[in-house]
Design a protein around this ligand. Structure first.
Ligand code: ZN
Ligand code: ZN
Length: 677
């Protein structure tokens, strides 16, 4: 018999359930099984010899299966992130209902090739074989009838197209530091974990490429995780150029068919390198010799749905028999304290890092300092970062003071002028730009704060301006345009600070650098440092050098001072001291539970559930603390700060199950986040 976990999102239905074992079925097989009154897809999670129940047979087997090690991974994810095996397994499956695409393929049989009755067109057709029939199917069918050709369906690969960004370059020779890093990766023992801490422009990607080539030559496979494919097309291009079709690329813009085909290529071993964002860590590869997490500081590695897994931790798990390499110019304190560090202290082109000037905005009027305006006039190519999108952050009535807020969330609506509307950045609610105040009828409406749309508009009078933020439909195309334009200013949110490599950017500007510091979060310093250092890393990569201006209201903030001196060691040392003192990660594990309830149907239910939870968790828990209303739901959170990670996860999981099962808390929902970002 087989033990089958049905793939359902219901938390109460926990498998596995027993079924008869079809011939040849092993752990990882996907089956359609009768379950209650319907048929569901399930995964075989175990084999056993006998069962006390009378067993039914599965309806059918779905090919291909999951690798057995992915089943084990699903159970680990479920435990580590307080979720269920079924939910974890559902993330590991290929798109449901997809199958391989086939088309008719014709081959010459070789019979009577010189037959005199063939006309010229038919001879040409025969000479063009073997190939897919395409529009010549009818003509080829006639040749098949005469025994001259054989037609049969064959699988057609739905290959994704990739935009070429960044110049194709010859394989560069390695610097001494790169060579040492490659050697260290290749000589690392199974399960070893390394941190490649290299300044921006120090050639980390080339280290990955060289190590990958050697690991492939050893007969093993390679996984390369990147923050967001749309924003980092350059690294994808470099892997495709170096390794060709053995690279499978997984990302959210693929069609369902393309995604399925790439999944199959990885499962069968036809593709042996996988490049992709967070979810690629779950791809069906076996025998991984190298797992790379590039830009390991990036917050996008955390998954925001249940299970709330962190791809960086999952990557460590997947690399258990190979080597894990996490790379960054601004590594997380967690990684610095845990992984063996390799350094790339110099840029590959021998250029120094660009000088960073902190511009004090306390006395300045307007959004940009006069010095910034001057620098923009002198620059050939500039990148300007302002981490707020839209035109202005909020609107108020000048007569009665009313502010325009989202009806579903306790936040103000952001004006997007080009779209002619106000938008909530949390729930997506949209409404028209108001002509008058509906509270008092006044037509005098104030627009406050500046976002990327307005800044781009202001700069457009003197510069060629391109904008990159979440409103940009095709980020990769926008980056390609910026690359092709000889003189331009790229204005955008933190998206402009991701790992782009344009050699002729000679100015970087951070506007309102302390805005990220004002978030009440223990990672605020880390984020601010990374944002400034990463943006600085985009500038001065070419022969002309470059400079960076950082505008701030808080020029003495440690994160900004260390970033201005390119001193990541100093920053990390101070940050680790501070965290140890306050017992924040990596000196503890944080677990956050958010209780929520419908603000209209069950007001107060979220807070009551959070209080019940807090009472069960005792003194290790903090809260409940109210969060702003989101999507029409009241929210309240409890945070646990624990020394013993696994005990705390188990304790929180049990407490949530207990409270969720109580009648008086049935209106509340619970979301558990281990290692919240
Ligand atoms: Zn008013
Ligand atoms: Zn909203």
């Amino acid at each position: 018999m087989v033990q089958v976990e049905p793939i359902t999102t219901a938390r109460v239905l926990r498998g596995p359930f027993d079924y008869l074992r079809p011939d040849g079925v092993e752990v990882g097989a996907r089956l359609v099984v009768p379950f209650g009154h319907r048929d569901v897809v399930g995964v075989v999670t175990g084999l056993a010899s006998e069962s006390v129940h009378e067993l039914v047979a599965p309806r059918r087997v779905i090919e291909p299966s999951l690798p057995a090690e992915l089943v084990e991974l699903a159970f680990w994810i479920a435990r580590e992130y307080c979720s269920t095996p079924a939910r974890a397994l559902s993330l590991l499956m290929p798109a449901p209902g997809m199958r391989a695409k086939t088309a008719l393929y014709a081959q010459a049989t070789g019979a009577a090739a010189g037959e005199p009755s063939l006309n010229e067109r038919q001879r040409a057709l025969l000479a063009s074989l073997p190939r897919f029939c395409g529009p010549d199917t009818a003509a080829l069918r006639r040749l098949e009838a005469r025994g001259l050709a054989a037609l049969a369906p064959r699988v057609v690969r739905r290959a994704p197209e990739h935009l070429q960004v960044g110049a194709r370059r010859p394989v560069p020779s390695l610097t001494a530091a790169q060579g040492a890093a490659v050697a260290a990766v290749l000589s690392a023992g199974p399960g070893e974990q390394l941190l490649l801490h290299g300044v921006t422009g120090s050639g980390k990607t080339e280290v990955y490429l060289r190590a990958a080539a050697e690991v492939l030559a050893r007969g093993q496979t390679v996984m390369i995780l990147v923050p967001e494919i749309g924003l980092t097309p350059q690294i994808v291009s470099r892997f495709l150029n170096r390794f060709g079709d053995t690279v499978a690329v997984l990302h959210s813009k693929l069609s369902a068919g393309e995604r399925y085909d790439e999944w199959i290529r990885l499962r069968t071993g036809e593709a042996r390198i996988c490049v992709g964002p967070r979810s690629a860590v779950l791809s069906p590869m076996t025998d991984l010799g190298l797992v790379v997490v590039d830009e390991e500081h990036d917050a996008s590695y955390k998954h925001e749905g249940d299970p709330r897994y962190d791809a960086r931790l999952v990557a460590e798990r997947r690399a258990h028999a190979g080597v894990l390499v996490a790379g960054s110019a601004t590594p997380r304190p967690e990684s610095v304290s845990r992984l063996r560090r390799l350094r790339l202290a110099q840029r590959v082109d021998g250029q120094g890092l660009p000088p960073i000037e902190v511009v004090d905005m306390r006395e300045a009027d307007g959004l940009l300092h006069p010095r910034t305006h001057e620098a923009l006039v002198d620059a050939r190519k500039a990148i300007v970062l302002l981490n707020r999108r839209g035109w202005s952050n909020f609107l108020t009535c000048r007569s009665c003071g009313r502010a325009w807020e989202c009806p579903n969330c306790d936040v103000t609506l952001v004006l997007h002028r080009a779209q002619g509307g106000l938008a909530c950045h949390h729930c997506g609610h949209r409404e028209r730009v108001p002509a008058r105040c509906d509270a008092c009828g006044s037509v005098s409406i104030g627009r406050h704060g500046t976002g990327t749309e307005r800044l781009a508009d202001e700069l457009a009078t003197g510069h060629q301006v391109l904008r990159l933020d979440a409103d940009t439909r095709d980020p990769a195309a926008m980056l390609a345009r910026f690359e092709a334009t000889p003189r331009a200013v790229l204005v955008g949110t933190q998206m402009v600070a991701k790992g782009h490599d344009f050699p002729d950017v000679d100015l970087g500007v951070v506007v309102d650098a302390d805005s990220t510091l004002r978030f009440p979060d223990f990672r605020a310093e880390e984020r601010t440092f990374a944002l400034v250092a990463q943006l600085a890393g985009r500038a001065g990569r070419g022969a002309g050098g470059g400079r960076v201006l950082v505008q701030t209201l808080d020029p003495d903030a440690a994160a900004i001072r260390f970033a201005a001196h390119h001193d990541s060691d100093g920053f990390l040392r101070g940050e680790l001291e501070r965290r140890e003192l306050l017992r924040y990660p990596p000196f503890s594990t944080l677990i956050r539970v958010v209780c929520s309830s419908d603000a209209r149907d069950a007001p107060g239910a979220a807070l009551a559930a959070a209080e019940a939870l807090r009472a069960r968790l005792g003194s290790t828990a903090m809260g409940p603390a109210p969060l702003f209303r989101l999507r029409g739901r009241e929210r309240s959170q409890v945070v646990v700060k624990a020394g013993d990670r696994h005990a705390a996860i188990a304790q929180v999981g049990a407490a949530v199950d207990e409270v969720a099962a109580l009648r008086e808390h049935r209106a509340a929902s619970f979301s558990v986040d281990v290692d919240p970002q």
